[in-house]
Design a protein around this ligand. Structure first.
Ligand SMILES: [Cu+2]
Length: 162
């Protein structure tokens, strides 16, 4: 209520003085240009400063010359089959994900945190690169509704020390 009253009063004052206000358009244009350049510079600094913390390390893995460890993950109603490994932490892992029957989704979790997900399609191999930052048991959940057992379609990935 008080905020509305203040807004109405501010509006009335603005309308009262609207006609009298002399605007120096050149000055406003300079201020706008300065604000724009400042905002672009601030965003560029922010972007570059936070680049190392991007959650997608797939691009870094692909651009490195390291030979990845291949892991094939095949989904069928309602199981995951993981072939390959051992899967070491700190190394580039290439997940080749496919399905035998219907579309599924490969969602890899570290506890409650979803690390990444990849669509799994019959007749097509989706390739995804990931670097696990610590050893342990990671949970795999289906991310695509695939039938009556979808909610129970879970698996696991064991990641060893590097
Ligand atoms: Cu599913």
């Amino acid at each position: 209520m008080a905020a509305s009253a203040v807004a109405v009063i501010a509006l009335l004052i603005a309308l009262r003085y609207a006609g009298r206000l002399q605007m120096d358009e050149a000055r406003v244009a300079r201020w706008e240009a300065g604000f724009f350049l400042g905002a672009v510079a601030a965003l560029a600094v922010l972007f570059l400063a936070t680049l190392p913390w991007l959650p997608w390390n797939s691009a870094a893995a692909v651009s490195s010359n390291v030979q990845p460890v291949k892991v094939e993950v095949t989904a069928s109603q309602f199981v995951f089959k993981v072939d390959g490994g051992p899967i070491p932490s700190g190394q580039v892992i290439e997940f080749d994900a496919t399905a035998t029957d219907v579309n599924h989704g490969l969602g890899v979790y570290d506890g409650d945190r979803l690390l990444f997900q990849v669509q799994m399609m019959p007749g097509y191999v989706n390739r995804y690169f990931w670097i696990f930052d610590h050893p342990g048991t990671y949970q795999v959940k289906c991310m695509e509704f695939c039938g009556s057992g979808h909610a129970f379609m879970v698996g696991k990935i064991e990641v060893t020390g590097s």
